[in-house]
Each structure stands twice: as C-alpha cells, then as structure tokens.
Design a protein around this ligand. Structure first.
Ligand code: SF4
Length: 226
C-alpha cells in the first residue's frame, strides 16, 4: 500500500497537469488527506493492544463526529454503553451532555467527540473506574493525533482525566473549571464530567448543573470570538 503523502503528491501532479489551479487542488487534497488519516487512526485503534488497558476491554472506542468542526469534546473513557455501542459519550452522561448542548443551540452532529482513553477501564468486579494518569499516557498519542488533524478552535474537557491530559499541573478541577486555557493554540475549557453531575443530589446537583451550564457557555463564547 502506498504512503498517503506520496499518493497526495501524485494526485496533485495529475490534477495540475489536467489544468486545475494549485490554489483549488491544495485545499481539496488536504481534506482528502485528513479523512484518510483519521480513518487509518480509527482502524488502528479498533485493534490496538498497545497498553495493558486492552486486557479487560471488550472493544475499543475511537472518536467520532464532524471532522471539520471548531468544537471538540474530550471525555475520560468509554463506559459500558459506549463500549457496547462503539461510540464515545452515548451513554447516560453523553445523553445529558447532548441535552445541555441542545439547550445552548448546539447540535451534536456539528461536534467531534472523543475520549482520552479508547478502552473501557474497569475494576475486578467489572465496574467502571477512573484511569490513573500513568495509565492514560500510552493512549494519549491518539488524542494528540486527533487534535493535530482536526485542529478545533475550542475543546471542552470533561472531568479531571481530560483536564490533566491538557494540563497535568492542574491537580484539581475547582479552581480551573470554566476558565479558558491555551493548549498549542487551541482554547481549552475544563468542566465537570456529566457523570459527576449525575451523581449529585439536592443543592449539590443544582450547583453542578449551574456550573456546567456556565462553563459550556464560556466555551461557546470562545467560538463566537475566534
Ligand atoms: S487504552 Fe488505548 S493504547 Fe491502550 S490498548 Fe486501548 S486503545 Fe490501545
């Protein structure tokens, strides 16, 4: 199989020879190259055994969604439903997040969704558990590639695992959530993971809902101002 870069050079030459303008060819080939790279990444992830987290995982869950988008949402890792269905943020947490986004007039179809780790992380009893930071480091290479290929203007980082992928020095969420940070030119807004919101009750639930709404509005405002 020939390399993607070599193929694109060949396509460029042939299209130019056929009289098309380089200014028209280049963006078209960039779009093609991007989706080919993302598909190759997806295929690699689906059979990945690069770290011990694959030993308990039934499947891998690559990112999904719109690849030409200014907004990416990054969660922690797949839960039981996501693992079964092969898609990120489609369980109860992802449904709550979609509800919140809809209320802010943002359609799920316009966003790219992914996780820091692509395998479900569970304990001996099969319950979801939070991956330790050192366990996320191998899989982080995939998220880095997704960020390079999609180049969103804004990322909403859900929960501490996602927050610490971007900013390992931020040890807790409270002082940082709802603020805008720079990650290689991308604006990143950390907020509570919807799973955290779902665990709250009473006044704490009201507070968590209000904070997530506030943080998402801040992230969306960055899009408008970009
Ligand atoms: S967690 Fe990531 S790096 Fe580890 S096996 Fe799964 S897909 Fe591969």
């Amino acid at each position: 199989m020939r390399k993607i870069g070599e193929a694109m050079d060949d396509f460029f030459r042939r299209l130019k020879n056929d009289g098309y303008k380089p200014d028209d060819i280049t963006p078209a080939l960039h779009s093609v190259e991007k989706i080919v790279h993302l598909e190759q990444l997806r295929r690699y992830i689906l059979t990945c055994t690069d770290c011990p987290l694959c030993e308990r995982a039934a499947s891998r869950v690559p990112g999904t969604g719109r690849t030409r988008t200014p907004l990416m949402i990054v969660g922690e890792g797949p839960g039981e439903d996501e693992e079964a269905w092969g898609l990120p943020l489609v369980g109860i947490s992802g449904s709550l997040l979609t509800l919140i986004l809809n209320k802010a007039n943002v359609k799920r179809e316009d966003i790219y969704f992914t996780n820091v780790v692509k395998c479900r992380v569970s304990d001996e009893k099969g319950k979801n558990r939070t991956p330790k930071r050192e366990e996320t480091l191998e899989c982080a290479k995939f998220l880095k590639t997704e960020l390079e290929l999609i180049r969103p203007q804004v990322v909403i980082a859900l929960g501490k695992v996602a927050q610490q992928f971007f900013f390992p020095e931020q040890k807790t969420m409270n002082p940082y959530r709802g603020n805008v940070f720079d990650y290689h030119g991308i604006k990143v807004v950390p907020t509570w993971h919807p799973a955290y919101v779902l665990r709250q009750r009473g006044d704490e639930l009201t507070k968590a809902k209000r904070e997530v709404w506030h943080d998402i509005k801040i992230a969306l405002k960055c899009l408008v101002n970009s």
